[in-house]
Write a protein that binds this ligand. Structure first.
Ligand SMILES: Cc1ncc(COP(=O)(O)O)c(C=O)c1O
Length: 375
Protein backbone atom coordinates (compact mmCIF):
# COMPACT_ATOMS: atom_id res chain seq x y z
CA UNK A 1 0.00 0.00 0.00
CA UNK A 2 1.27 3.50 -0.81
CA UNK A 3 1.85 5.39 2.40
CA UNK A 4 -0.02 8.64 2.85
CA UNK A 5 1.40 11.64 4.59
CA UNK A 6 -0.55 14.26 6.49
CA UNK A 7 -0.37 17.97 5.78
CA UNK A 8 2.61 19.61 7.44
CA UNK A 9 1.37 21.08 10.67
CA UNK A 10 4.13 21.78 13.18
CA UNK A 11 3.11 23.01 16.63
CA UNK A 12 3.32 26.77 17.13
CA UNK A 13 6.28 26.62 19.48
CA UNK A 14 7.45 29.65 21.41
CA UNK A 15 11.16 29.33 20.67
CA UNK A 16 13.01 30.44 23.80
CA UNK A 17 16.05 28.23 23.45
CA UNK A 18 19.58 29.00 22.24
CA UNK A 19 18.39 29.21 18.63
CA UNK A 20 16.69 28.95 16.30
CA UNK A 21 14.54 31.83 17.50
CA UNK A 22 11.12 32.83 16.18
CA UNK A 23 11.21 34.01 12.58
CA UNK A 24 9.67 37.46 12.14
CA UNK A 25 6.37 37.29 10.18
CA UNK A 26 7.73 39.77 7.63
CA UNK A 27 10.68 37.43 7.05
CA UNK A 28 8.31 34.50 6.54
CA UNK A 29 6.44 36.55 3.95
CA UNK A 30 9.67 37.47 2.17
CA UNK A 31 10.50 33.76 1.95
CA UNK A 32 7.28 32.95 0.17
CA UNK A 33 8.16 35.37 -2.65
CA UNK A 34 8.87 33.66 -6.00
CA UNK A 35 12.60 33.09 -6.36
CA UNK A 36 14.98 34.65 -8.86
CA UNK A 37 17.89 33.03 -10.68
CA UNK A 38 21.31 33.56 -9.16
CA UNK A 39 22.52 35.58 -12.20
CA UNK A 40 19.41 37.76 -12.54
CA UNK A 41 20.31 41.48 -12.37
CA UNK A 42 17.36 41.94 -10.01
CA UNK A 43 18.91 39.39 -7.70
CA UNK A 44 22.27 41.20 -7.91
CA UNK A 45 20.58 44.37 -6.62
CA UNK A 46 19.09 42.39 -3.73
CA UNK A 47 22.53 40.93 -2.98
CA UNK A 48 24.04 44.45 -2.95
CA UNK A 49 21.38 45.67 -0.53
CA UNK A 50 21.82 42.64 1.70
CA UNK A 51 25.59 43.19 1.83
CA UNK A 52 25.19 46.92 2.57
CA UNK A 53 22.82 46.14 5.44
CA UNK A 54 25.13 43.41 6.73
CA UNK A 55 27.99 45.94 6.85
CA UNK A 56 25.76 48.28 8.87
CA UNK A 57 24.86 45.56 11.37
CA UNK A 58 28.48 44.32 11.64
CA UNK A 59 29.48 48.01 11.96
CA UNK A 60 32.16 47.63 9.33
CA UNK A 61 33.29 49.02 6.00
CA UNK A 62 34.82 45.68 4.98
CA UNK A 63 34.29 45.12 1.26
CA UNK A 64 34.36 41.35 1.82
CA UNK A 65 31.07 40.99 3.68
CA UNK A 66 28.47 38.46 2.57
CA UNK A 67 26.35 35.59 3.83
CA UNK A 68 27.92 32.16 3.45
CA UNK A 69 25.54 29.34 2.48
CA UNK A 70 25.16 27.15 5.54
CA UNK A 71 24.63 27.63 9.25
CA UNK A 72 26.85 29.35 11.79
CA UNK A 73 29.30 26.45 11.66
CA UNK A 74 29.82 27.12 7.94
CA UNK A 75 30.80 30.66 8.92
CA UNK A 76 33.18 29.23 11.50
CA UNK A 77 34.69 26.84 8.96
CA UNK A 78 35.08 29.69 6.43
CA UNK A 79 37.03 31.66 9.04
CA UNK A 80 39.33 28.74 9.76
CA UNK A 81 39.75 27.13 6.32
CA UNK A 82 40.79 30.36 4.61
CA UNK A 83 43.10 31.84 7.21
CA UNK A 84 44.90 28.79 8.62
CA UNK A 85 47.66 26.80 6.94
CA UNK A 86 49.32 23.59 8.08
CA UNK A 87 51.66 24.18 11.00
CA UNK A 88 50.33 27.67 11.81
CA UNK A 89 50.38 28.67 15.46
CA UNK A 90 46.74 29.28 16.41
CA UNK A 91 45.48 30.30 19.84
CA UNK A 92 41.91 29.34 20.66
CA UNK A 93 40.21 30.79 23.72
CA UNK A 94 37.97 28.06 25.12
CA UNK A 95 35.39 28.79 27.79
CA UNK A 96 32.52 26.79 26.34
CA UNK A 97 31.27 24.43 23.66
CA UNK A 98 31.84 26.70 20.66
CA UNK A 99 35.43 27.54 21.61
CA UNK A 100 35.98 23.77 21.58
CA UNK A 101 34.47 23.56 18.11
CA UNK A 102 36.84 26.29 16.87
CA UNK A 103 39.81 24.36 18.25
CA UNK A 104 38.58 21.16 16.61
CA UNK A 105 38.19 22.85 13.23
CA UNK A 106 41.59 24.56 13.44
CA UNK A 107 43.25 21.23 14.22
CA UNK A 108 41.50 19.59 11.25
CA UNK A 109 43.02 22.26 9.00
CA UNK A 110 46.48 21.38 10.30
CA UNK A 111 46.99 24.22 12.76
CA UNK A 112 49.26 23.90 15.72
CA UNK A 113 46.48 24.68 18.19
CA UNK A 114 47.21 26.19 21.58
CA UNK A 115 44.29 26.17 23.98
CA UNK A 116 43.66 28.95 26.48
CA UNK A 117 41.01 27.50 28.75
CA UNK A 118 38.72 28.93 31.42
CA UNK A 119 35.73 27.63 33.30
CA UNK A 120 32.42 27.53 31.39
CA UNK A 121 30.76 30.86 32.26
CA UNK A 122 33.97 32.85 32.73
CA UNK A 123 35.41 35.33 30.25
CA UNK A 124 39.02 36.11 29.32
CA UNK A 125 41.02 39.15 30.41
CA UNK A 126 43.33 40.93 28.04
CA UNK A 127 46.21 40.02 30.26
CA UNK A 128 45.42 36.30 30.07
CA UNK A 129 45.34 36.44 26.27
CA UNK A 130 48.58 38.42 26.13
CA UNK A 131 50.32 35.94 28.45
CA UNK A 132 49.10 33.00 26.36
CA UNK A 133 50.55 34.57 23.21
CA UNK A 134 53.73 35.14 25.21
CA UNK A 135 55.22 37.72 22.85
CA UNK A 136 55.85 35.03 20.23
CA UNK A 137 54.67 35.21 16.59
CA UNK A 138 51.18 33.90 16.06
CA UNK A 139 49.09 33.40 12.93
CA UNK A 140 45.58 33.51 14.34
CA UNK A 141 43.64 33.86 17.57
CA UNK A 142 39.99 32.88 17.83
CA UNK A 143 37.44 33.82 20.45
CA UNK A 144 33.68 33.57 20.93
CA UNK A 145 31.98 36.85 21.77
CA UNK A 146 28.69 35.33 22.94
CA UNK A 147 29.15 31.78 24.27
CA UNK A 148 25.72 30.25 23.81
CA UNK A 149 26.68 27.21 25.86
CA UNK A 150 27.36 29.30 28.99
CA UNK A 151 25.61 32.67 28.64
CA UNK A 152 28.81 34.72 28.94
CA UNK A 153 29.59 37.87 26.96
CA UNK A 154 33.29 38.32 26.17
CA UNK A 155 34.51 41.96 26.30
CA UNK A 156 36.24 42.53 22.96
CA UNK A 157 38.01 45.87 23.41
CA UNK A 158 41.78 45.79 22.70
CA UNK A 159 42.05 42.01 22.09
CA UNK A 160 42.90 42.63 18.43
CA UNK A 161 45.78 44.94 19.42
CA UNK A 162 47.45 42.17 21.41
CA UNK A 163 47.01 39.68 18.55
CA UNK A 164 48.18 42.14 15.88
CA UNK A 165 51.26 43.07 17.90
CA UNK A 166 52.39 39.46 17.49
CA UNK A 167 51.57 39.27 13.79
CA UNK A 168 48.25 37.44 14.09
CA UNK A 169 44.71 37.86 12.85
CA UNK A 170 41.73 37.88 15.19
CA UNK A 171 38.67 35.72 14.48
CA UNK A 172 35.51 36.50 16.43
CA UNK A 173 32.43 34.28 16.63
CA UNK A 174 29.37 36.51 16.86
CA UNK A 175 26.78 33.87 15.96
CA UNK A 176 24.61 34.66 18.96
CA UNK A 177 25.40 38.36 19.42
CA UNK A 178 24.85 39.87 15.96
CA UNK A 179 21.64 41.91 15.98
CA UNK A 180 21.17 41.61 19.75
CA UNK A 181 24.26 43.26 21.23
CA UNK A 182 27.01 45.52 19.92
CA UNK A 183 29.29 43.91 17.34
CA UNK A 184 31.82 46.60 16.36
CA UNK A 185 34.06 44.99 13.79
CA UNK A 186 35.92 48.14 12.73
CA UNK A 187 36.16 49.81 16.15
CA UNK A 188 37.49 46.59 17.71
CA UNK A 189 39.79 45.89 14.73
CA UNK A 190 38.44 42.36 14.38
CA UNK A 191 39.89 40.82 11.20
CA UNK A 192 37.40 38.02 10.57
CA UNK A 193 33.92 37.45 12.00
CA UNK A 194 30.96 35.22 11.29
CA UNK A 195 27.42 34.85 12.55
CA UNK A 196 24.22 32.90 11.93
CA UNK A 197 20.86 33.96 10.54
CA UNK A 198 18.75 32.10 13.11
CA UNK A 199 19.45 33.94 16.35
CA UNK A 200 19.13 37.71 16.87
CA UNK A 201 18.51 38.44 13.17
CA UNK A 202 15.08 36.78 13.32
CA UNK A 203 15.59 34.59 10.23
CA UNK A 204 15.56 30.83 9.71
CA UNK A 205 18.86 28.93 9.88
CA UNK A 206 20.78 28.53 6.63
CA UNK A 207 23.00 31.57 6.13
CA UNK A 208 26.14 32.62 7.96
CA UNK A 209 26.91 36.34 7.70
CA UNK A 210 30.67 36.68 7.23
CA UNK A 211 33.10 39.58 7.10
CA UNK A 212 36.87 39.86 6.60
CA UNK A 213 39.02 43.00 6.76
CA UNK A 214 41.98 44.16 4.63
CA UNK A 215 44.67 42.44 6.75
CA UNK A 216 42.83 39.13 6.45
CA UNK A 217 42.44 39.50 2.69
CA UNK A 218 46.14 40.28 2.36
CA UNK A 219 46.92 37.08 4.29
CA UNK A 220 44.57 35.12 2.04
CA UNK A 221 46.32 36.41 -1.07
CA UNK A 222 49.74 35.44 0.24
CA UNK A 223 48.83 31.86 1.24
CA UNK A 224 51.40 29.25 0.34
CA UNK A 225 48.78 26.54 -0.21
CA UNK A 226 45.34 26.48 -1.82
CA UNK A 227 42.39 26.90 0.54
CA UNK A 228 41.59 23.24 1.20
CA UNK A 229 37.83 23.79 1.21
CA UNK A 230 36.42 24.63 -2.23
CA UNK A 231 32.84 25.41 -1.13
CA UNK A 232 33.94 27.94 1.50
CA UNK A 233 36.84 29.50 -0.41
CA UNK A 234 36.50 33.24 0.28
CA UNK A 235 38.33 34.25 -2.92
CA UNK A 236 35.92 32.20 -5.04
CA UNK A 237 32.88 33.37 -3.06
CA UNK A 238 34.05 36.98 -3.44
CA UNK A 239 33.96 36.60 -7.19
CA UNK A 240 30.22 35.95 -6.92
CA UNK A 241 29.42 38.41 -4.11
CA UNK A 242 31.85 41.02 -5.55
CA UNK A 243 31.85 42.89 -8.86
CA UNK A 244 32.55 39.91 -11.16
CA UNK A 245 29.31 38.11 -10.28
CA UNK A 246 30.88 34.83 -11.39
CA UNK A 247 28.87 31.70 -10.63
CA UNK A 248 30.20 29.65 -7.72
CA UNK A 249 27.21 27.74 -6.37
CA UNK A 250 23.44 28.19 -6.49
CA UNK A 251 22.77 30.51 -3.59
CA UNK A 252 19.33 30.10 -2.00
CA UNK A 253 17.35 33.11 -3.17
CA UNK A 254 14.67 32.49 -0.52
CA UNK A 255 17.22 32.60 2.28
CA UNK A 256 18.78 35.78 0.88
CA UNK A 257 15.30 37.34 0.70
CA UNK A 258 14.78 36.30 4.31
CA UNK A 259 18.07 37.76 5.46
CA UNK A 260 17.47 40.99 3.55
CA UNK A 261 14.11 41.40 5.31
CA UNK A 262 15.56 40.44 8.69
CA UNK A 263 18.32 43.03 8.31
CA UNK A 264 15.83 45.67 7.12
CA UNK A 265 13.85 45.10 10.33
CA UNK A 266 17.03 45.38 12.44
CA UNK A 267 17.94 48.70 10.84
CA UNK A 268 14.38 50.07 11.00
CA UNK A 269 14.34 49.38 14.73
CA UNK A 270 17.84 50.87 15.06
CA UNK A 271 20.83 49.06 16.53
CA UNK A 272 20.80 50.85 19.88
CA UNK A 273 17.04 50.46 20.34
CA UNK A 274 17.30 46.79 19.45
CA UNK A 275 20.12 46.17 21.90
CA UNK A 276 18.14 48.04 24.58
CA UNK A 277 15.09 45.84 23.90
CA UNK A 278 17.16 42.67 24.26
CA UNK A 279 18.61 44.00 27.49
CA UNK A 280 15.25 45.15 28.95
CA UNK A 281 13.55 41.82 28.28
CA UNK A 282 16.53 39.94 29.72
CA UNK A 283 16.42 42.06 32.86
CA UNK A 284 12.75 41.26 33.28
CA UNK A 285 13.54 37.56 32.92
CA UNK A 286 16.43 37.74 35.40
CA UNK A 287 14.28 39.53 37.96
CA UNK A 288 11.50 36.96 37.53
CA UNK A 289 13.84 33.98 37.89
CA UNK A 290 15.51 35.49 40.95
CA UNK A 291 12.11 36.19 42.50
CA UNK A 292 11.56 32.42 42.29
CA UNK A 293 14.79 31.88 44.26
CA UNK A 294 16.65 30.69 41.22
CA UNK A 295 20.33 31.49 40.70
CA UNK A 296 21.74 32.89 37.47
CA UNK A 297 24.90 31.14 36.31
CA UNK A 298 26.83 34.14 34.96
CA UNK A 299 27.61 37.27 37.02
CA UNK A 300 25.73 40.40 35.92
CA UNK A 301 28.90 42.07 34.61
CA UNK A 302 29.35 39.67 31.70
CA UNK A 303 25.92 38.15 31.29
CA UNK A 304 24.50 37.79 27.78
CA UNK A 305 21.24 39.67 27.20
CA UNK A 306 20.00 37.23 24.55
CA UNK A 307 20.83 33.94 26.33
CA UNK A 308 20.31 33.44 30.02
CA UNK A 309 21.72 30.48 31.91
CA UNK A 310 19.98 29.68 35.17
CA UNK A 311 20.86 26.94 37.65
CA UNK A 312 18.29 24.16 37.81
CA UNK A 313 16.77 24.09 41.32
CA UNK A 314 17.78 20.95 43.22
CA UNK A 315 14.15 19.85 43.54
CA UNK A 316 13.44 20.07 39.80
CA UNK A 317 13.91 17.35 37.17
CA UNK A 318 15.71 18.92 34.18
CA UNK A 319 14.18 16.77 31.43
CA UNK A 320 10.70 16.61 32.91
CA UNK A 321 10.41 20.38 33.32
CA UNK A 322 11.58 21.02 29.76
CA UNK A 323 9.26 18.34 28.38
CA UNK A 324 6.31 19.86 30.25
CA UNK A 325 7.16 23.33 29.00
CA UNK A 326 7.15 21.94 25.46
CA UNK A 327 4.14 19.66 25.68
CA UNK A 328 1.83 21.70 27.91
CA UNK A 329 2.85 25.26 27.09
CA UNK A 330 4.45 24.97 23.63
CA UNK A 331 7.62 26.60 24.96
CA UNK A 332 11.12 25.48 23.99
CA UNK A 333 14.05 26.13 26.28
CA UNK A 334 17.30 24.11 26.41
CA UNK A 335 19.49 22.29 28.88
CA UNK A 336 23.24 22.54 29.39
CA UNK A 337 26.13 21.01 27.47
CA UNK A 338 29.34 19.37 28.72
CA UNK A 339 30.19 20.32 32.31
CA UNK A 340 26.91 22.24 32.57
CA UNK A 341 24.74 19.27 31.52
CA UNK A 342 21.98 18.80 34.08
CA UNK A 343 23.17 21.95 35.88
CA UNK A 344 21.55 24.79 33.95
CA UNK A 345 18.70 25.76 31.67
CA UNK A 346 19.43 27.98 28.73
CA UNK A 347 16.75 30.52 27.92
CA UNK A 348 17.02 32.53 24.74
CA UNK A 349 15.39 35.89 24.10
CA UNK A 350 16.71 36.49 20.61
CA UNK A 351 15.48 38.70 17.80
CA UNK A 352 11.72 38.34 17.35
CA UNK A 353 11.59 35.98 20.35
CA UNK A 354 12.81 38.82 22.60
CA UNK A 355 9.36 40.08 23.55
CA UNK A 356 7.86 40.99 26.89
CA UNK A 357 4.90 38.65 26.45
CA UNK A 358 7.30 35.72 25.99
CA UNK A 359 9.03 36.53 29.26
CA UNK A 360 5.71 36.74 31.09
CA UNK A 361 4.51 33.48 29.57
CA UNK A 362 7.69 31.56 30.41
CA UNK A 363 7.82 32.85 33.98
CA UNK A 364 4.17 31.96 34.52
CA UNK A 365 4.68 28.47 33.09
CA UNK A 366 7.77 27.88 35.21
CA UNK A 367 5.92 29.11 38.31
CA UNK A 368 3.12 26.64 37.63
CA UNK A 369 5.42 23.69 36.98
CA UNK A 370 7.95 24.35 39.75
CA UNK A 371 5.21 25.41 42.20
CA UNK A 372 3.85 21.86 42.14
CA UNK A 373 7.08 20.50 43.62
CA UNK A 374 7.61 20.61 47.37
CA UNK A 375 10.46 22.98 48.25
C1 LIG B 1 28.39 30.79 19.53
C2 LIG B 1 28.03 29.82 18.45
N1 LIG B 1 28.93 29.53 17.50
C3 LIG B 1 28.65 28.67 16.51
C4 LIG B 1 27.43 28.04 16.44
C5 LIG B 1 27.17 27.05 15.35
O1 LIG B 1 26.10 27.47 14.58
P1 LIG B 1 25.14 26.45 13.80
O2 LIG B 1 24.52 25.55 14.79
O3 LIG B 1 24.17 27.40 13.16
O4 LIG B 1 25.97 25.75 12.81
C6 LIG B 1 26.47 28.30 17.40
C7 LIG B 1 25.16 27.61 17.38
O5 LIG B 1 24.39 27.63 18.30
C8 LIG B 1 26.78 29.21 18.43
O6 LIG B 1 25.89 29.48 19.39
Amino acid sequence: MTPTYADLNPSPRVLLGPGPSAVHPRVLRAMSTPILGYLDPEFFAIMDETQAMLRAVFQTHNEVTFPVSGTGSAGMETAIANFVETGDRVLVCINGFFGERLAEMASRYGANVERLEKAWGDVFTLDEIERAIGGKPIKLAAIVQAETSTGALQPMESIADVVHKNGGLLVMDCVTSLGGAAVKIDEWNVDIAYSGSQKCLGCPPGLAPFTAGPKAIERLQSRKSKVPNWYLDVSLLSKYWGKERAYHHTVSASLVFALREGLRIVLEEGLDARFARHRANAEQLWAGLESMDMTLHVPLGHRLPMLTTVRIPSYADDMKVRARLRDEYNIEIAGGFGPLKGQIWRIGLMGYSSRRENVTLLLAALREILGEKPR
